[in-house]
Design a protein around this ligand. Sequence first.
Ligand SMILES: C[S@@+](CC[C@H](N)C(=O)[O-])C[C@H]1O[C@@H](n2cnc3c(N)ncnc32)[C@H](O)[C@@H]1O
Length: 216
Amino acid sequence: MDLDFWEQRWNQNQIAFHLPEVNPYLGEYWHNFNVPENSQIFIPLCGKSLDLAWFASQAYSVLGVECSEKAIREFFLEQNLEIQTGQLKKFKAYNSVNIKLLQGDFFKLDRQILKDVSIVYDRASLIALPDKMRQKYVELLSQTLPDTAEIFLITLDYNQDHMPGPPFSVNHDEVIRLYQSHYKIELIHEDDVINNHQKFKERGLNRLVERVYRIS
Ligand SMILES: C[S@@+](CC[C@H](N)C(=O)[O-])C[C@H]1O[C@@H](n2cnc3c(N)ncnc32)[C@H](O)[C@@H]1O
């Protein structure tokens, strides 16, 4: 599952993961995190998510990383935001007033780039990656984020034998295994949402558990 795979998905407009609205879990659970205005929210594998604009509207500073130039350009175009471009280390940087999107490979991020992050917002990021890459993803986050940074994580858990990813199934035990050596893990929401997802039902799933975590 390399960058070409995602480039192709974007070029062919196969972006069923993209929500046409702000993720409802933000409205429900963001208050569990006590985040002062102007804090920096980091959104790995951000796509052109409307959540980026929601964070900016809440007076946060937003940092996203995304490999697809098409996704980044569409985000700014659809939000009607003017941009300036530049270079930040191995990334092309797209800057608007309080949103900076870095185009490039998440795995090339370093401590200096992430030094001001207060919260990581992970929706469809960890679960976009296959098994081995998930371990590398969490290793990179735990080694490069400031010690005080917290993570708002949303996962999906289903029978992986019934459907290949992405999105990949990441069950509760895996979240514990991935994060427990560096973080405290708090499960704040859990629900089987299969009845709201006809397409997944048609692909053979009879269970689709969504979980929201606060990882600190
Ligand atoms: C499943 S989508 C989720 C996008 C977004 N989080 C959302 O909720 O709409 C995963 C995104 O990660 C991007 N991506 C995948 N691997 C990446 C990598 N190594 N570095 C940067 N972006 C990556 C893809 O292009 C895709 O837009």
